[in-house]
Design a protein around this ligand. Structure first.
Ligand SMILES: Cc1ncc(COP(=O)(O)O)c(C=O)c1O
Length: 453
């Protein structure tokens, strides 16, 4: 039976229709201003960027724009006036969409009244009360500016509370010594500091158990992203909590990415596991710089003694932005929409990959609000990613490999991205078949953030 116009198409039907369409053509673009700015930056700014993942090593040079100038919803414009569909959303920091009018209005009102004062501002209390209402573990609240501020505050607090020094971690937690010392980008971190942080494997309780066995009575906190691009196995998060409790270590969820994107109560609410502390940031203020550490009262009260204090903590325009963002996220249907569109993209990508015989080579993994594209095998993964990025960008989609869904990703944005994926995956399959992948790259292969250990 034919579908009535009111009935939405299934993702299978959308993909089938897209495969019958002509391929998406390459757009005419110039990158003159981007290149000129990059030339100037090269003389002044190490790595040409303030944030590693935004820098030239992560984008195909010569094809990707280097500077973006403005955004609206899920579209961004580069400095040469080219527009792109965006699913990275400023590394997940924009959760409603670029230039959301409710947030802009709140910020603009606050800017006129003042952004920092000689005393604290009432917005600190209001936002703390909102977070306490929304987040299961939030009995008390402190604010930071970046995610690294609050993950590092959690580590110092846990050390102060337990009187222990070691940290067990799983995931990415920011640029500070305590974490980065445990990675391959550890230059400049004193060895005695690096030695205090040990990593365990996601979904592998045995690897955490082993750390507690190796360092009995020494681990102050287990800090982890509750979920990354792999779903927790049944019982895994509960198991981590049990192990932490048994060994008298504090459990900290780093909800920088999951926070508010999975739900207004974070991934802890979604999975039903309440940690002792949790760290939020990124999408919490739709692109304004604010982060939060929340947690158990008896632990958080120790902030009376633990030094966590800086000039711009409590900066009011960001607090106002956070309140406006959380209010918008609480509106009916907003988070459901984020889940639904994320699911469509994931299913659509995987259906298209399968249709072009790429099931073994590429997959969209993760949970719908935040998914990523993986490529296999490891030896050719970065070349494939580079090729896909190059061909997506040429067609007006600023591919980074991440889908950080936001409220502005509507049905049209889903169809647009799948339309481009359909063309690019067909090209990828053809290049792999012809053995011509490497010689089809129009710039250097993009680099991993961390080398494999
Ligand atoms: C899970 C997680 N934790 C912590 C951080 C650090 O946050 P920031 O870069 O704001 O310091 C990030 C940033 O990407 C993150 O993804």
């Amino acid at each position: 039976m034919a579908k009535t116009t009111a009935e939405p198409l299934t993702i299978q039907e959308i993909c089938r229709n897209l495969m019958e369409e002509p391929p998406v053509p390459v757009l005419e673009r110039r990158l003159d201003r981007s290149m000129e700015l990059k030339r100037r930056a090269e003389k002044l700014i190490p790595s040409c960027s303030q944030t590693f993942s935004k820098g030239p090593s992560q984008f195909v040079q010569g094809i990707a724009p280097v500077y973006l100038e403005r955004g609206s919803g899920c579209t961004v414009w580069d400095v040469d006036g080219n527009s792109y569909l965006d699913y990275c959303m400023a590394l997940g920091a924009v959760l409603l969409g670029y230039g959301d009018s409710r947030v802009s209005q709140a910020v603009s009102v606050q800017m006129k009244q003042g952004t920092v004062f000689t005393l604290s501002h009432p917005l600190e209390v209001e936002l703390s009360e909102t977070l306490r209402r929304l987040i299961p573990c939030a009995e008390m609240v402190r604010f930071g500016k970046n995610g690294s501020d609050v993950t590092s505050a959690a580590v110092r607090l846990a050390r102060g509370f337990t009187g222990r020094e070691m940290i067990a971690c799983c995931g990415y937690h920011g640029w500070q010594d305590w974490y980065i010392g445990a990675t391959t980008r550890n230059r400049g971190v004193p060895e005695p500091v690096a030695r205090l942080t040990k990593t365990f494997k996601y979904n592998d309780l045995g690897s955490l158990e082993e750390l507690f066995r190796q360092y009995p009575g020494k681990i102050a906190a287990v800090i982890m992203e509750p979920v990354g691009l792999v779903e927790p196995k049944p019982g895994f998060l509960e198991g981590v909590q049990k192990l932490a409790r048994k060994n008298e270590a504090l459990l900290v969820f780093d909800e920088m990415v999951t926070g508010f994107r999975f739900g207004t109560g974070g991934a802890q609410q979604y999975f039903g596991v309440t940690p002792d502390m949790a760290c939020f940031g990124k999408g919490m203020a739709n692109g304004m710089a604010v982060s939060a550490i929340v947690g158990r009262r008896d632990v958080m009260e120790l902030f009376d003694e633990i030094f966590f204090s800086f000039t711009f903590a409590g900066e009011t325009a960001s607090l106002a932005a956070a309140l406006a963002t959380l209010q918008a996220l609480e509106e009916p249907g907003v988070l459901e929409g984020i889940w639904a569109r994320g699911r469509q993209i994931q299913e659509g990508y995987n259906l298209l990959a399968e249709s072009y015989g790429l099931k073994g080579e590429t997959e969209c993994v993760g949970l719908p609000p935040r998914t990523g594209i993986s490529f296999h095998p490891d030896e050719t993964a970065l070349a494939m990613k580079t090729f896909v990025q190059q061909e997506c960008i040429k067609r007006g989609y600023l591919f980074t490999g991440a889908h950080n869904l936001c409220a502005a990703h509507n049905e049209q944005a889903v169809e647009s991205v799948l339309r481009i994926y359909r063309t690019v995956l067909e090209l990828l399959a053809a290049r792999i078949r012809d053995g011509a992948l490497l010689c089809s790259l129009e710039g250097p292969v993009i680099q991993p953030v961390f080398r494999k250990m």
